[in-house]
Design a protein around this ligand. Structure first.
Ligand code: FPP
Length: 251
């Protein structure tokens, strides 16, 4: 059995020098509503199609060299949608977890959830914890699902926890820096995303992984999420290999 410490070491390993594609891909899965509307169907029909697409994309990760996949499923702003759509999405997340749990485990996928769980239905939270616990030792793909997630909310919650540790004497203010702060984020030990993709033609980051994507490459593509095929992801991974990432340094 792989220990948690060993997993932490795996997580933090730099991208192997022979890997040209992204090791961590993060996706803003946008366009489900428009996809459904174009077919004269309710928005939830698009979310269901989007969930089927998630499965295919997760399955493709080992072949594409994607060790970490982070997907934006529900933002802190999405509560402003109609009550029917929010309830439909919450039901979809519960069904997705129940239905996919054994397949994800069999495929050696480790699942984590990031975001604030306080506002979520306790039945959904129980399923999230069950899936995280079942897959805790898996290591082929690390799938992170952002659910009731907002980058600013995550930074604010992290800051609160950090302040609590300082006032409890567990952390000295002079020890707060770029390496200690991320330990308080929901993403904790996960490496930063190499590539962030947003589907559906919108060129915004919408409060996604604000701290973590400081040096990520971005791809804004027109495809609506339910139409996003593995071949397009593969193409984006290949294109990524041609980019020169400098992290602020000169050539
Ligand atoms: C944005 O499209 C998408 C969402 C708010 C929900 C994302 C959810 C899924 C892809 C469903 C399944 C996910 C999991 C993890 C099972 P939109 O509704 O804003 O589309 P629009 O911009 O065309 O209206």
């Amino acid at each position: 059995m792989v220990s948690k410490l060993a997993l932490a070491v795996t997580d933090l390993r730099p991208t192997p020098s022979d890997q040209t594609g992204p090791r961590h891909v993060a996706i803003i899965m946008d366009g489900n509503g428009r996809w459904a509307q174009a077919r004269g169907r309710p928005r939830l029909f698009g979310h269901h199609a989007g969930a089927r697409r998630v499965r295919q994309i997760v399955e493709s990760c080992p072949r594409l060299g994607i060790k970490f996949l982070t997907i934006f499923a529900f933002s802190t702003e999405n509560w402003a949608r109609t009550q029917a759509e929010v309830a439909g999405l919450m039901g979809l997340f519960q069904r997705y977890i129940s239905k996919e749990m054994s397949a994800l485990h069999a495929a050696d996928v480790r699942v984590r959830f990031v975001g604030d769980r306080v506002r979520l239905d306790p039945k959904l939270v129980a399923l999230m914890v069950e899936l995280e616990t079942l897959t805790i030792d898996n290591d082929t793909v690390h799938l992170t699902i952002a659910l009731n997630y907002g980058g600013r909310d995550e930074v604010a919650r992290a800051t609160k926890r950090l302040a609590e540790d300082v006032s409890a004497g567990k952390l000295r203010p002079e020890d707060v820096d770029e390496s200690t702060f991320p330990c308080y984020l929901d993403t904790n030990i996960l490496p930063d995303p190499d590539l962030v993709i947003r589907t559906s033609g919108e060129a915004r980051i919408s409060n996604f992984l604000l701290w973590q994507s400081a040096y990520s490459e971005y791809e804004f593509i027109d495809t609506l999420w339910p139409d996003f095929e593995v071949a397009e992801l593969e193409h984006l991974c290949q294109t990524f290999g041609n980019r020169g990432r400098r992290y602020g340094k000169a050539e």
